[in-house]
Design a protein around this ligand. Structure first.
Ligand code: HEM
Length: 166
């Protein structure tokens, strides 16, 4: 029982920090960075805060994955017979949808954090057209990741209460 409770605690805390951190970034950090008083430091601040958030993101993904597996294990769903009956149940479909969105979030975060984001700052120096293209792309993927994270959280809450739309 305690393995389940510890996993659940880590799972909920990681989800809070991940989703809360993203929302905090949008409603507090971004408006501060856009303040004309820090106009000179705007891009440095944007780059430093993004790199700091990137560092913790992948630790949180790992924690969410390991604690999620811990809960599945303690609920007995990873045993062979149970595994198939769980994943072919209505709740299992909801859970699979959540895992599918999680994988999409992981890939989309990798692209945003390691490709489009860094490229934006590289093109800042020498190519205004490419800079604008990657700036827009990074903005799109940032919003997409926030939306996916909200969806995953709602699915997590529904699954743990036995609610399925299937
Ligand atoms: C961004 C990623 C994720 C977020 C934001 C997230 C969020 C949540 C939330 C909010 C809950 C509901 C907790 C409750 O109200 O009791 C939950 C439950 C759950 N999550 Fe996740 N989750 C994520 C990824 C994962 C992954 C990758 C796995 C599996 C490897 C997983 C497995 C589970 C399980 C098994 C439950 C049900 C717990 C229970 O009812 O006992 N989650 N998740």
């Amino acid at each position: 029982m305690w393995v389940y409770l510890v996993s659940l605690l880590f799972h909920i805390l990681s989800a809070m920090i991940w989703l809360g951190g993203m929302i905090f970034y949008v409603i507090v950090v971004m408006p501060v960075i856009r303040n004309p008083k820090v106009k000179e430091q705007k891009l440095t601040l944007l780059q430093l805060t993004a790199l700091q958030f990137r560092k913790i993101s992948y630790i949180l993904f790992l924690l969410l994955f390991v604690s999620g597996l811990g809960m599945l294990y303690t609920k007995g769903y990873l045993v062979q017979g149970q595994f198939v009956s769980f994943f072919t149940s209505n709740i299992g479909y909801m859970f699979s949808l959540k895992i599918g969105l999680f994988l999409l979030l992981f890939l989309s975060s990798l692209y945003h954090d390691f490709v489009s984001g860094p490229k934006t700052f590289v093109f800042l120096e020498n190519d205004p057209v490419m800079f604008e293209r990657y700036r827009k792309l990074s903005g799109f993927f940032g919003r997409f990741n926030l939306l996916l994270s909200l969806g995953i959280t709602v699915l997590g809450i529904l699954v743990s209460r036995g609610v399925s739309v299937f």
